[in-house]
Design a protein around this ligand. Structure first.
Ligand code: ZN
Length: 213
């Protein structure tokens, strides 16, 4: 049974992992971190498949980031290295970590550039029991492939991330972990359609519009 992600999905937090694919870290001129680089995205940024990504007036460089997302099933805190993570995973889905790159670069940290309304498309549904060790992660814009990676290229795989994050903050049911993006991020423009496709999950598709107010 696939559980769809519907409008109004509001977990307590979205924990994102930066620079978790070597080729993406390099394309932006960054080193690969020695420990997971964590940041938070505001839950008010969620939209579901089919809803528009709105380019805000504050940015001239809004980019897509195709990512595998983990949905947490139950409260999770202080996991040790040998603790199983499966009981804490509800399932996996596609996520687009939309980023105002110019805003992100201009600020000291990532919050504003990552948290504009509509900057977190997620879905279309949650798939449980998925072997995520080597899945293809693809982003297409207007049907053209822009990002194409595999989850096997992650610096820190999903089990490592769940244990690590659980030691920094309590994960709650429904919380989302975005596991990082492969190389190929590029600018989105008004009128584009951006798709994130992950093997075994499906396609998350969102049109791009410009702010009207
Ligand atoms: Zn990201």
């Amino acid at each position: 049974m696939l559980e769809p992600i519907t409008q109004g999905f509001r977990p307590s937090k979205i924990v994102c992992v930066g620079r978790n694919y070597v080729d993406h870290a390099k394309e932006l001129g960054n080193e690969v971190p020695k420990a997971p680089l964590l940041f938070l995205k505001a839950p008010s940024a969620f939209v579901v498949s089919g809803e528009p990504i709105v380019i805000p007036r504050q940015s001239q460089q809004v980019e897509h980031e195709a990512e595998l997302a983990i949905i947490i099933s139950k409260q999770c805190r202080n996991l040790r290295d040998d603790d199983a993570v499966e009981p804490f995973i509800k399932g996996f889905t596609c996520l687009n970590d939309v980023t105002a790159r110019d805003v992100q670069r201009g600020d000291v940290q990532f919050t504003r550039g990552k948290s504009f309304d509509t900057f977190c498309p997620i879905g279309p549904h949650i798939v449980g029991g998925l072997d995520t060790s080597d899945l293809s992660v693809i982003c297409r814009v207007n049907g053209e492939v822009r990002q194409q990676g595999r989850t096997s290229q992650m610096v820190f795989p999903h089990a490592y991330l769940i244990r690590y994050i659980s030691r920094q903050m309590t994960l709650m049911p429904g919380d989302v972990i975005a596991t990082g993006t492969p190389a190929g991020v590029s600018k989105l423009n008004e009128g584009d359609v951006c798709e994130v496709e992950i093997e075994g999950i499906g396609v998350l598709s969102n049109p791009v519009t410009a702010a009207k107010d």
